[in-house]
Design a protein around this ligand. Sequence first.
Ligand SMILES: [Fe+2]
Length: 137
Amino acid sequence: MTLLNWSSYFALGIDQIDDQHKKLIEMLNDMYDGIKSGHAEDVLKVVLDRLLKYTKSHFLAEEKYMMEIGYPGFDDHFKRHYELTSQVEELVQKYSSGEHVNYLEVVTFLRDWLQVHIMEEDMQIAKYAVSKEARML
Ligand SMILES: [Fe+2]
């Protein structure tokens, strides 16, 4: 069973960003699989760190894209990225210092965040890009 499945509802129509979102969902499902099969500690150590690095480079790509198209909601979106990065960094730190981490809570938090962020916040970027393109025709 997967935690989150890619669906067309997630598609922004921006290939590079869509591919990165697919990869994030895949990483999240890998984490979930590992937890379900009793390898939570190994999985968290490896995947959480990888996920954090990947998320950071993905956010940079999104921010570059927002700048390219002159997205007016850039500042708020950038803030949301910063907030999530800080939350995940906090988790990694908590985990690395040996503090108890509820694994399922971690993956469900990431799933909910990713789902809402893509479908509500990232979708606004796509809508703006489409309307801008239409205005230029
Ligand atoms: Fe975003």
